[in-house]
Design a protein around this ligand. Structure first.
Ligand SMILES: [Zn+2]
Ligand SMILES: [Zn+2]
Length: 119
């Protein structure tokens, strides 16, 4: 089962060779503002960037924050961490074009949930 994904403009494209390890939503203000609240965690050996590596811009956070976040330079879509050197890394679930086979059952930083967000 191959799961495809892409940014809004289609410059950045990727494929995941099987169901991601998990899907979750982080409600902290950083993830929400970056547009990567809901992510899937993929393994390096199941993830292939099929187009647009040169279009990916990465924002390196000021310590103590450590998570790098990448965007498509052409359209601004928040991608997660497709260029991460880690063996497992987050990809923005909103970029998925196919059913990933996992469901969103995990929520983190519930205390930061905005008052307007549904439970
Ligand atoms: Zn794009
Ligand atoms: Zn967060």
């Amino acid at each position: 089962m191959e799961i495809k994904g892409s940014c809004l403009c289609g410059a950045v494209r990727f494929a995941i060779s099987g169901p991601p390890r998990m899907m979750g939503t982080c409600l902290c203000s950083r993830c929400r503002k970056l547009g990567t609240s809901t992510i899937v965690f993929v393994e390096r050996d199941q993830f292939t960037l099929t187009a647009g590596e040169g279009e990916i811009e990465t924002v390196v956070p000021v310590p103590p924050f450590t998570y790098h976040r990448s965007f498509c330079r052409a359209c601004g879509t928040s991608l997660g961490e497709p260029l991460s050197p880690e063996t497992s890394f987050p990809i923005n679930a909103q970029c998925l074009d196919d059913d990933p086979g996992v469901r969103n059952t995990f929520h983190e930083h519930e205390g930061d949930r905005p008052v307007w967000a549904e439970g």
